[in-house]
Unconditional design. Structure first.
Length: 183
């Protein structure tokens, strides 16, 4: 399957599995899982056709490994990035590295300076171990600014960190005293 088709299906899945399952009347369970048969059927009904083989290709080849199948491949869910407040991804707090990175843009810097990093419409603030990843995330909105988060210090002060299935670091918020501007 070509890159374009993977991207098209991946975008549709992100919408349904992270934000608006009701678009096609899809049910997600409390842990974010959708039944694949129902997903294919209801998508088709709404004019968006894809097959289980295509779904497998998306899960395997998606650039960020955004989705996971359950063990018997009857269900699928998004690994992170939800705006749906009720989904519990069963993440366990783990020890973060000393520093993590966040990519943003200049227009948010005043607010970040005043209020720290907030989860905004998602369930968590998203952080990465690689500066390069943060660069890419920031570039979605313009010229990226890289913030270094003192995650080790935060954790020792009681803040919790989680690591998603696809290696995105997550936390509830980052107060501004733990943020350093990378020069
Ligand atoms: C900013 C994509 C004002 C924050 C990406 C960001 C990532 C504040 C934006 C994933 C703020 C939120 C997440 C504050 C933070 N005041 N603005 N206090 N605190 N912000 O999209 O991190 O392709 O929810 O800097 O690649 O940009 O969807 O978060 O610019 O991995 O899989 O508010 O989404 O992944 O934006 O991106 P987002 P994000 P997917």
């Amino acid at each position: 399957m070509n890159e374009k088709n993977i991207k098209r299906i991946s975008k549709f899945l992100s919408l349904l599995l992270r934000h608006q399952p009701e678009k096609i009347g899809l049910q997600l369970d409390s842990n974010g899982w959708a039944v694949i048969e129902e997903l294919l059927q209801k998508s088709r009904k709404h004019g968006f056709r894809f097959t289980i083989d295509e779904l497998e290709a998306v899960v395997a080849n998606n650039d960020k490994k955004r989705f996971t199948f359950n063990n018997d491949k009857t269900k699928i869910r998004a690994n992170q990035g939800h705006s749906l407040k009720t989904i519990d991804l069963e993440l366990k707090p783990i020890q973060p590295p000393e520093f993590l990175y966040h990519g943003t843009v200049a227009k948010f810097m005043n607010a970040i300076h005043d209020n720290g990093l907030q989860k905004m419409s998602r369930q968590h603030v998203h952080l990465s171990t690689e500066i390069e990843t943060a660069m890419k995330v920031g570039s979605r909105r313009g010229k990226p600014i890289i913030l270094t988060v003192k995650s080790g210090e935060m954790q020792s002060e009681g803040y919790e960190f989680y690591l998603s299935e696809n290696n995105v670091w997550l936390t509830d918020s980052v107060p501004s005293e733990f943020i350093v501007l990378k020069s």
